[in-house]
Design a protein around this ligand. Sequence first.
Ligand code: SAM
Length: 253
Amino acid sequence: MAITREWDGASYDRISGPMEAMGLEVLERLDLQGDECVMDAGCGSGRITAALRDRLPHGRVIAVDGSADMLTQARARVGDDPRVRIVHADLATLDLGGDRCDAILSTATFHWIPDHPALLRCLHASLRPGGRMAAQCGGVGNIERVHHAAAVVAQEPPFARHLDGWTGPWNFRDPAGMRDDLLAAGFDRAECRLVPRPVVPEVPAEWFRTIVLGAHLAQLPPGLRDLFVNAVVARMPAPVTVDYVRLDIDAVA
Ligand SMILES: C[S@@+](CC[C@H](N)C(=O)[O-])C[C@H]1O[C@@H](n2cnc3c(N)ncnc32)[C@H](O)[C@@H]1O
């Protein structure tokens, strides 16, 4: 599975209120009747999945994620609901075995996936003709200030020998390039736009460790991880602001 990092599902679930707020706005764009089958692509710990399920009293949810730890949290949130099918899979190779969705919702996920043409082909194949997709992910310029601070710290000892030359997994796209990829993958219509969405986390070190620096930390031995997080936080002006720039995507298959 081409999964670029592991996640701490319990920590993510605890701190991801700001991500949930952004995700609920994406859910609003789907205009559901209540009887559809909707995929949550990259469902994480299931906060948005639960809200989606509640919008579908006569429908069902297919919740897909590549992280076993996130899915443990998602299962705890949605319980044993037969209307929610949980799938542990890489979205870039996803095959629902003939199950077709009426719509796809995805929040804060696509930028973690390096191969967007493969991802979008799999998502298109999972939708019925005319099915809709509402998504939001990191776009070009996303968390530039955090990544700059991390790049400076990464050049210093004792981190440099583990991070020197490492460029990370992120795929922060511009609207025109993403739209071209959506149409090439078979989508009939697609609109993409960039929106600045800065977040001031309550506990910056936990936000950095669990969310934005998780891929950096996977390159480091465990004994250096907290040192790295604290050094990056210390380089950021107070109050620490994570300069999110989101790419909103609306597409029809
Ligand atoms: C920041 S979390 C977002 C979770 C949730 N959608 C939200 O908005 O809170 C990103 C999620 O994408 C998942 N993910 C990243 N790459 C993936 C891939 N190739 N296939 C499936 N899931 C992936 C991660 O496991 C993680 O749960």
